[in-house]
Structure formats: C-alpha cells, structure tokens
Design a protein around this ligand. Structure first.
Ligand code: NI
Length: 256
C-alpha cells in the first residue's frame, strides 16, 4: 500500500469530483493520505475531511503565504485542534521567499511560533521552504532540532543540505519533481537519502509527475514517483512502496 504524506484535497481543483476520487483511493492501492492545511479555511476543511474518510489524516498549520491570518486566538484554535485524534502533524509551515506575500520578518516570527506549537502539541512538523533554504535550516536547527521531528516537504535543496537535515533527524519528502528529465539535483538527492528517511508525496493538485506533468495531480500518480526512486536506487518499486509507507506511519505516529 502507498502512503501519500502530503496532499491538498480541500483545494477547489477537486470541487467537481472530490468524493468520487477519494472513494477510489483504497481500490487503487493508496492506503493512507495526510491532507495538509495551509490557511485557516484549509485547516477547517482538512478537519472535515478527516471526519469523512477513515484512511485520511490531517495536518494543521498556516503556510507562510497566509500567516497574515494568524493572531493569538487562531494560535489557540490551532493548538486545540492538535488534540483531535486524526490530526497527526503541524503544517505546512515555513518560509516562502519566492512569492514574498508577507514580509520576511513576519514569516520568520510565525514560523518560530508554529514550531513551538508543534513542540507543545508533541506532533511532528511539515516544512515548506521556497527560495529560503538557509534561513529555514537555521531556524529549524535553533528552534526545533531534537524535539518532535518532521519532514522537509517537496525537498528541493542540495545534497549537502539534505545531509544536514538527516543529521538533525528529519525526513525528506520526495514528490513529482524526481520524475522530471532535467531534475539532476533532485535525482542526486533521491539516490543519496537512505530509503528509511524518505516519504513520498504528491502535494496535489500541484506538481504532477511525468508523464502527467502539467495536469491536475492526485495520489493516483504516486506509482510514477515510487518507480523513479526505485530505479535511482536499484530497488524494486514494491520495496520503496512498503518502506515509505512504514516511514510515514512512524513519523506521523499512526498505528494500525
Ligand atoms: Ni503543500
């Protein structure tokens, strides 16, 4: 069975066929999915989805593009939600210097606050980092290392930085980019990171793997990602599928 460690089924891209699509997952070998909140609305929708589908778990957190929505009341609300049985992580949280929707100092402040929230909730974190590799790493090392762990989602950094995250105990999330012909560094990273520390993810509806690049993504595309990792590592797809499933179960603390 396959574990999609990062999906956004609350996205409007799924409004026309969400129920039909999610109902087809188990039959297609997708055993578990973590739906990841990114905004206040997204967190609300994530909690609802966890109530509707037994195989779907949730993460609550505010993406750097949306931290303008945060205040003390919202932080208390998020902390309260982390007590729900099917909420298994805090995320996605981090820094996005590509879009720079919020000032960088504001992004950093709420990133640190949400890392503390994860520690208080005793939940792992899901990290979003775009064009902000060094600041993200420095903040994690200073404010979160050695605590509740987590995953660097859709990892896009260098092999050296992957090693630094592995040394701190984090998992590396690998998505559709590993299937792209020109993704030399990503392929190098996927070869390098031990299988025990890899989670597979879609980040759907975004980042569909080849041969469906550019189309709406869904967990049904995960076999392409698993095959790419398997061929880079000289392993069977079955082994990659099983190990990454176990890894996600362990990291998210899901039993059974
Ligand atoms: Ni995401």
């Amino acid at each position: 069975m396959i574990f999609d460690s990062h999906a956004h089924y609350d996205d409007e891209a799924f409004d026309t066929d969400r129920q039909e699509l999610l109902s087809s997952m188990e039959g297609a070998g997708i055993g578990k999915i973590v739906n990841v909140g990114a905004s206040v609305e997204g967190v609300k929708a994530t909690v609802k989805l966890t109530e509707q589908y037994p195989f779907l778990y949730g993460a609550v957190g505010i993406h750097p593009d949306h931290v303008g929505e945060l205040d003390e009341d919202k932080m208390n609300w998020l902390l309260h939600l982390t007590g729900e049985k099917k909420i298994v992580a805090v995320g996605e949280i981090g820094l996005d210097y590509h879009w720079d929707v919020e000032p960088r100092e504001v992004q950093k402040e709420w990133f640190v606050r949400q890392l503390s929230l994860a520690k208080e909730a005793k939940l792992p974190v899901i990290i979003h980092s775009r064009d902000a590799a060094k600041d993200t790493f420095d903040i994690i090392r200073e404010h979160h290392a050695g605590t509740t762990g987590g995953v660097i989602h859709c990892y896009s950094g260098s092999r050296e930085m992957a090693r630094d995250y592995l040394d701190l105990g984090y998992y590396i999330g690998i998505g559709g980019v590993v299937t792209f012909k020109n993704a030399r560094v990503m392929k190098e990273v996927a070869s390098y990171v031990p299988l025990e520390r890899i989670l597979v993810e879609t980040d759907c509806p975004y980042l569909a793997p080849a041969p469906n690049r550019g189309k709406r993504n869904s967990s049904l595309n995960l076999p392409y990602i698993i095959e790419a990792i398997a061929s880079l590592k000289g392993l069977s797809p079955e082994e990659v599928e099983q190990k990454t499933y176990e890894n996600a179960m362990r990291m998210y603390g899901i039993h059974g």
